[in-house]
Design a protein. Structure first.
Length: 343
């Protein structure tokens, strides 16, 4: 079988660089071109010494013949490049938020722009393979989910689908600094972040509408009220989310039966691991795994579910490659089998 020819638009961000690393070592993919704005004309290995083994020059435009493009552009910018690619018959996995929300009106509210391509929102598939595997397989455009959203939705989906919780939910998340991207900003300077932890986006983080959209799809009869508070913590990669919701009366769960609910729901999900102990972000460093630890606070009748992923792995580039695997009928795990780095 001929290798799939892949291109990366905007290789110079953290997601773009992680995609290059993963696609270079993918057994059924040939990375044929990478683009970037300010670094155009430079060797990839000169910009990222860790990628020196990939012999590519960063181009200003994508001019090579490709089967699939990964767009790692900032939000709002992907809308300009995706439609022309689709017209050429090229399939696209978009890492940005530009095609994740089904309701075009939400873009004005959460992202501050009027979506120019509302018809494409209908066509795009939300790329969470644990929920949308079949649609992803036949999609021309996959909207890769946000990093926080991935952890929260995966933690809550089995409970919502099985009708085990009230829809009044709290998601408390902690993210490493690479989640904010490679673009320089004062809030992510070493001396600002080191030895520090803080909450942010208390007025509503942009991943909240994705979380509510996907939970609502699992149970349209529920009116969700989700409080989602992200925190920035001094580590490079990783997101740990602790999700809280009251269990519905009479569901009579035990820790073991709750675990069974998750094992059953994710029985065909190769990157989900249900853990016996609370997971650590270090357990998923550089991997495409999402670890989930469901438990019960029997004193308060709350279910507490902890999820853990690498924001650049299952929360970003890894998940994008997983989606490509499904789109091209490859093994879902191809190129993504690596275990976490330890210690
Ligand atoms: N970081 C994560 O954990 C994560 C996870 C999931 C999804 N995502 C999404 O993936 C996308 C990329 O994220 P990232 O973290 O890789 O971003 P990033 O590290 O901040 O990279 C942004 C890159 O984009 C370039 N750039 C900025 N504005 C541009 C524009 N208007 N046109 C072209 N290039 C532009 C910059 O390069 P120059 O200025 O040097 O040209 C920079 O290299 C975003 O949409 C983000 O929301 C990120």
């Amino acid at each position: 079988m001929a290798k799939i020819r892949a291109g990366i638009i905007n290789v110079t961000g953290y997601i773009g660089a992680e995609l290059a690393r993963l696609l270079h070592q993918h057994p059924q993919v040939r990375l044929v071109a990478v683009t970037g704005r300010s670094a155009a004309g430079q060797k990839l290995g000169d910009v990222f010494p860790s990628l020196a083994g990939i012999n590519h020059t960063i181009e200003a435009e994508l001019n090579s013949e490709v089967d699939v493009v990964f767009s790692a552009m900032p939000h709002k910018s992907s809308t300009d490049i995706v439609a022309p690619l689709l017209k050429q018959g090229i399939r696209v996995v978009d890492a940005s938020a530009d095609f994740r929300l089904k309701n075009a009106g939400e873009y004005a509210k959460w992202y501050g722009f009027t979506h120019p391509l509302p018809k494409l929102l209908e066509q795009a598939v939300f790329g969470l393979s644990e929920l949308h595997k079949n649609e992803i397989a036949s999609a021309a455009l996959v909207a890769n989910p946000g990093c926080y959203s991935t952890g929260a939705i995966l933690a809550l989906a089995p409970l919502v689908k099985q009708g085990l919780i009230h829809p009044d939910i709290v998601v408390d998340s902690k993210s490493g600094v690479s989640g904010a991207g490679r673009t320089l900003s004062l809030t992510t300077h070493y001396s600002e972040v080191n030895d520090d932890i803080c909450a942010y986006s208390l007025e509503g983080h942009r991943h909240l509408p994705e979380i509510e959209q996907e939970l609502k799809e699992l149970d349209p009869s529920l009116s969700f009220s989700v409080t989602f508070i992200p925190h920035l913590v001094p580590m490079t990669r990783g997101i740990l989310s602790t999700c809280y919701a009251k269990s519905v009366d009479g569901c009579r769960l035990t820790t073991d039966s709750l675990k069974q609910v998750y094992l059953e729901f994710y029985r065909h999900a190769p990157f989900i691991q249900i853990t016996t102990h609370p997971p650590h972000t270090k357990h998923v460093w550089g991997t495409n795994f999402c670890l989930i630890h469901p438990t019960i606070d029997s004193r308060t009748n709350r279910l507490v579910v902890i999820s853990c992923l690498d924001n650049l792995g299952k929360g970003g580039a890894g998940q994008a490659v997983q989606n490509m695997n499904l789109m091209f009928d490859l093994s879902e795990t191809a190129g993504l089998e690596a275990l976490a780095i330890y210690p």
